[in-house]
Design a protein around this ligand. Structure first.
Ligand SMILES: [Mn+2]
Length: 319
């Protein structure tokens, strides 16, 4: 059993990075703007300090994130030091699980973080991992280039639903303001992340709204997306990106649930909540986790109706 040490100060993280080289930065499965923005920012920061660094992600990069990959230098080298960003627990490493025993430091903002790395630094008060990377950049005396500022801004903006979630603080806005001062392309990034949707994704959104199931006096909204349904719109679980934001936008809904079929007996659950219902407590019941208003878990059940019933039974105890 390896020992895992909690780090209390970003200076300790900076020191670990400073005394190592040949970095691979690991992101979580179904990578989002926070894990990718944080990873590419950190990659650029390490390269600026004369280190070799690259980002490893699960599956393929969605088109809206290509600009991040284009913002760092690519070179071929054998990775020696593994760092994870925004990864709340080992199983979320997905395809990168092969590196799980070699991770030097995990940088994360999930209150439900389950330690897996040799060292871990967790700031649950940060609305995104990007906020931590911003602070780390300050400690490392980084020159905030446009590329680094764009990557951190992407993380900060996407993990707060464009500064709309309850997790947003004064610090979130101050960081965004400073990044804009450094020349980040906030308008372009927000437009690409929030205001531009491919035609087939818009059609999938329409399907979701039409087929949403409501329970418990309309306080629970649930949508099930089978692989077959996703395929109808030209998507797979890897390419569809996020859809769970839709459930929470319906007036009166306290718990929005998106169920995705991973295989016949494995279902990926995303929970989004309003009105103080804790998404992470709900998902904890299924050994998952996340934040107060956004969390996830995986359910194994013989079929979808059994999975739904298990979920609804637990959710109703929180209403
Ligand atoms: Mn995050």
């Amino acid at each position: 059993m390896k020992t895992m040490t909690k780090l209390e100060h970003l200076e300790q993280v900076a020191e670990l990075l400073n005394t190592h080289d040949n970095f691979a930065i690991l992101t979580h499965r179904f990578p989002d703007g926070d894990t990718l923005g944080s990873a590419y920012a950190l990659c650029g920061m390490l390269q600026q300090k004369g280190k070799k660094a690259k980002v490893l992600f699960n599956g393929q990069l969605l088109p809206e994130y290509h600009f991040l990959d284009n913002s760092v230098e690519h070179s071929d080298f054998q990775a020696e030091t593994f760092v994870s960003v925004d990864v709340a627990e080992e199983k979320l490493l997905g395809e990168l699980a092969q590196y799980k025993d070699n991770i030097l430091v995990a940088i994360d903002h999930h209150e439900t973080h389950r330690p897996f790395a040799e060292y871990y630094y967790v700031e649950p008060d940060s609305a995104s991992a990007g906020e931590i990377i911003f602070a780390l950049a300050k400690v490392m005396n980084i020159d905030f280039t446009k590329a680094i500022s764009n990557a951190i801004y992407t993380a900060v903006s996407t993990d707060t639903g464009c500064f709309r979630y309850s997790s947003v603080t004064v610090k979130t806005h101050l960081i965004a303001a400073e990044l804009i001062q450094y020349g980040c392309e906030n308008y372009k990034i927000d437009k690409a992340m929030f205001d531009t949707v491919p035609k087939n994704k818009k059609q999938l959104e329409a399907y979701i709204l039409t087929n949403m199931e409501y329970y418990h006096n309309d306080e629970i909204a649930l949508i099930y997306l089978s692989q077959k349904t996703l395929a109808t719109f030209g998507f797979t679980n890897e390419t569809v990106g996020s859809t769970s934001y839709i459930t929470r936008t319906i007036m009166g809904v306290k718990v929005g649930i998106t169920v995705r079929e991973l295989d016949q007996t494995t279902f990926k659950i995303s929970v989004r909540t309003n009105d103080g219902v804790s998404a992470s407590k709900i998902c904890n019941q299924f050994h998952g986790g996340g934040h107060d208003a956004a969390a996830g878990c995986t359910i194994h059940a013989s079929d979808i109706s059994t999975a739904k019933q298990q979920l609804l039974t637990v959710v109703e105890t929180y209403l």
